[in-house]
Design a binder for this molecule. Structure first.
Ligand code: CO
Length: 163
């Protein structure tokens, strides 16, 4: 696992253009790491690969086919309606803070075979997707909390001053 302060977490990750067996094995490995670490989402940069792959497990939250990968995901619409919920991140152990995010999003992505989808997601899945897609753009959830709370975390040494 890569932790806050590691430069890979600040990079804009590279798009995937080859949908082969190697990619499918990589996705399986990511899902295994996500479960081992007890996460509900994971982005490739968190395990040291600056590529646009995330995996999401929402099976405890809603019905549907989970866990599943979202490759080259892009949010093309955000609802005006937002809400605030507490988030954590496997790359920032022990830190949980409230983050404001859109309640509903429209996401364009590809599956592990390269097939394209555009789908709408709401509530927790929308939140997990926004958090994980942020990782692909070098953004961490502590970038989205109030500056005062962030300064407090730095003062408490919960996160580094420069990350
Ligand atoms: Co995270």
């Amino acid at each position: 696992m890569r932790y806050i302060g590691d430069p890979i977490l600040r990079k804009h990750a590279q798009a995937i253009d080859t949908f082969d067996k190697k990619l499918r094995t990589f996705v399986d490995d990511m899902i295994e790491v996500m479960y081992k670490e007890d996460g509900i989402g994971l982005a490739a940069p968190q395990i040291g690969f600056s590529t646009r792959i995330i995996v999401v497990d929402a099976s405890e939250l809603i019905n549907g086919e989970y866990p599943r990968p979202f490759i080259n995901p892009e949010i093309i619409e955000f609802s005006d309606e937002t809400d605030v919920k507490e988030e954590g991140c496997l790359s920032i152990p022990g830190v949980y803070e409230e983050v404001r995010r859109a309640v509903k999003i429209k996401v364009k992505y590809q599956d592990e075979k390269g097939k394209e989808f555009t789908e709408e997601y709401t509530d927790w899945v929308a939140r997990i997707l926004q958090h994980e897609i942020d990782h692909l753009n070098g953004i961490l959830f502590v970038d989205r909390i109030s500056p005062i709370k962030r300064q407090l975390l730095i003062a408490q040494k919960a996160i580094p001053a420069i990350y």
